[in-house]
Write a protein that binds this ligand. Structure first.
Ligand code: HEC
Length: 155
């Protein structure tokens, strides 16, 4: 094969692989989220998220309700958890994955607690959407002080 047709074959293969990576759900956060999202919980261990080190960031809409817990989350508001290797105590190394919650409007499945749930890999591929383990566990966080509208952390 000529180099050109090898390149074309590789590109076709990449397209085919990309196409079967789920239902093509887009990640609920922009690639440059760091420019607008703010940290609402700093780097720390998470017993519940696979013993990883984590940071939680909120988009501008989610920030105030997350911190003050006195208002509803507007539809579309995003909470995002950056997950780092447990050997990375300062959260300065590569991000292993993101777990993301995006507030939904009325009409969703009540079991989902009013959020869409995503696990997103470092290439921004959505590897799990609305996994029942997410809302199953978050449901158990309950009411304040432990949980608040489906979230699980006292900020
Ligand atoms: C075994 C229980 C458990 C499971 C499963 C779980 N979570 Fe969580 N999650 C928590 C707890 C507890 C916190 C808060 C403390 C912490 O950060 O560890 C949290 C925090 C979060 C946060 C930060 C916002 C908040 O609640 O304070 C996001 C976003 C999140 N989880 C998304 C997800 C997604 C998406 C999934 C599924 C892919 C998932 N979680 C699965 C227990 C769980």
């Amino acid at each position: 094969m000529s180099p050109l047709s090898i390149r074309r074959a590789v590109r076709l293969l990449a397209m085919a692989l990309g196409a079967c990576g789920g239902d093509d759900v887009a990640a609920a956060f922009p690639a440059d989220y760091a420019a607008t999202y703010q940290e609402v919980r700093d780097c720390r261990g998470s017993a519940d998220h696979d013993l990883r080190l984590i940071r939680v960031l909120a988009d501008p809409a989610a920030r105030a309700p997350y911190l003050a817990r006195d208002a509803a989350f507007p539809v579309g508001a995003v909470l995002l958890k950056e997950e780092y290797d447990f050997g990375d105590p300062t959260c300065n190394g590569p991000i292993m994955q993101w777990t993301v919650m995006q507030r939904q409007g009325d009409g969703g499945d009540p079991l989902h607690l009013g959020w869409a749930w995503q696990r997103v890999d470092p290439d921004r591929r959505v590897v799990a959407a609305d996994d029942s383990r997410c809302f199953g566990c978050h449901a158990s966080c309950g009411e304040p002080p432990d949980g608040y509208l489906g979230t699980c952390a006292v900020p």
